[in-house]
Design a binder for this molecule. Structure first.
Ligand code: CMP
Length: 138
């Protein structure tokens, strides 16, 4: 089934100039980019985006990291996009990620892990709506 998911190229990967390589991987794996923007989140915006993690010990550090520099936010479309993009990203911790995955190639540690992807239909819907309105998706 044709699905949409939210992808973020995080500040570590943008700063390291790995965005182009990551976008190339997305397109060569069949994802269509139907929305895209580069933005620099404030700490408050990062806290709002990651509100589901508000009680986790890493929440403050994660939201500092996500607001330290620009990110590239994309809406990806493909059959089975949510699960397929999670496979392409690899495990949250780059040390545990399979060879050839984005996090294995470009992640540094469990926090500075290069990319984010929605983990369910519900989170994809919330996360896409957080960054884009329907008119921006083409
Ligand atoms: P992401 O897929 O964006 O979802 C939540 C983020 O929190 C995750 O990627 C990591 O960047 C970060 N994260 C998850 N677990 C930990 C952890 N144990 N310690 C630090 N950061 C974490």
């Amino acid at each position: 089934m044709l699905e949409r998911t939210l992808s973020i190229i995080k500040p570590d990967a943008v700063k390291a100039k790995n965005a182009g390589k990551i976008i190339e991987m997305l397109e060569s794996n069949g994802f269509s980019i139907i929305g895209m923007k580069k933005i620099h989140l404030t700490k408050e915006q990062a806290k709002k985006f990651y509100i589901v993690h508000k009680d986790r010990p890493f929440y403050d550090s994660l939201t500092d990291f996500m607001s330290e520099g620009p990110i590239i936010v994309m809406v990806l479309e493909k059959d089975n996009a949510i699960e397929d993009y999670r496979k392409l990203m690899g495990a949250t911790n780059p040390e545990d990620a399979e060879e050839g995955t984005i996090r294995k190639l470009f992640g540094t540690n469990i926090e500075r892990n290069a990319v984010h992807g929605s983990d369910s239909k519900e989170s994809a819907s919330y996360e896409i709506g957080f960054f884009f309105n329907e008119l921006e998706l083409v």
